[in-house]
Design a protein around this ligand. Structure first.
Ligand code: ATP
Length: 271
């Protein structure tokens, strides 16, 4: 059983290109990790209000792509613009919320749920003391993910799904215009999946753009505008969501089979 989002929930369309600059414009991105090429010319665009799912087999470069978007992996070649600003000049990090891929190490942090979520307000208030509106934003984000009643608990005592909700609340607390989530559904139970799906629907409803790393579209499928499939550090597909893509992107499945061929960017990569 999994969370379900009614198709009617998505009563809006991504704004047309040209009305506003893309929130993410990654062009011909090349990056290496540990001396090995990982991204080999990735193009990725996310427009205002658009929900884009980044799919692909294990090791295809999905996490590296989103890390390059937030500047955590430097590009050796290619261009990156965020909200129309070249990366080197971009300072408006409060416009972006990022949920990293889950790690077990994060559970050992000796901090309360509220403290972790509060760090998401840092770009708003900097080194100044927390104001009432900052505290209200933290409460709102915690309520949104159903964790307000756990605010004073230590994160070390949370389950994996609860921990994920806290990381999502931290990303939401600044009301970002772009939400980037790396495998938010991984290892998450049905209840937390439903919370995540509902939360995402609310964020999309208020106009946020979303870039999701996923292994399958699953319950988020009704929200997705476009899928980009990576294979070996290259874009193998960029186009409308393909219902069966999720199965093909599962771990161990090292190739994809889009069933429409009019959006292929590199047809030779597809079996
Ligand atoms: N810190 C690192 N040092 C060296 N190589 C790395 C590092 N991080 C990732 N890689 C390698 O880069 C490649 C792409 O990794 P990445 O995590 O981007 O893939 P992914 O598509 O997100 O995979 P998954 O679905 O398993 O999360 C893999 O071959 C991986 O082994």
């Amino acid at each position: 059983m999994s969370a379900v989002i009614p198709a009617a929930a998505k009563a809006r369309h991504p704004r047309e290109a040209g009305a506003a600059p893309a929130v993410v414009c990654l062009c011909d991105a090349v990056a290496s990790l540990g001396g090995r090429p990982v991204l080999r010319g990735v193009d990725l665009k996310v427009r205002p209000g658009e929900v884009v799912a980044l799919l692909g087999a294990n090791g295809s470069g999905k996490s590296t792509t989103v890390k390059s978007v937030i500047g955590a992996v430097p590009l050796e070649r290619g261009g990156l613009e965020l909200f129309g600003t070249p990366f080197a000049k971009f300072r408006a990090w409060h416009r972006i919320g990022y949920v990293p891929q889950r790690t077990t190490a994060a559970g050992g942090v000796p901090a309360t749920v509220r403290e972790v979520v509060s760090t998401g307000r840092l770009p708003q208030h900097g080194l100044f003391p927390f104001r009432r509106k900052d505290r209200a934003a933290v409460d709102r984000a915690l309520a949104q993910v159903g964790m307000l009643d756990r605010a004073e608990d230590g994160v070390a005592g949370l389950s994996g799904g609860q921990h994920q909700r806290v990381l999502i609340a931290r990303a939401l607390v600044g009301s970002p215009e772009l939400l980037i989530m790396d495998e938010p559904m991984a290892g998450v139970d049905v209840t937390s999946q439903q919370v995540l799906a509902d939360t995402l629907r609310q964020e999309v409803g208020r106009g946020a753009a979303v870039l999701l790393v996923l292994h399958e579209l699953g319950p988020l499928e009704p929200l997705i505008d476009r899928t980009v499939v990576l294979r070996d550090g290259c874009v193998a597909y960029d186009g409308p969501p393909i219902p069966s893509t999720g199965q093909h992107a599962l771990p161990g499945h090292d190739h994809v089979h889009p069933h429409e061929d009019d959006h292929l960017t590199t047809p030779g990569l597809l079996a």
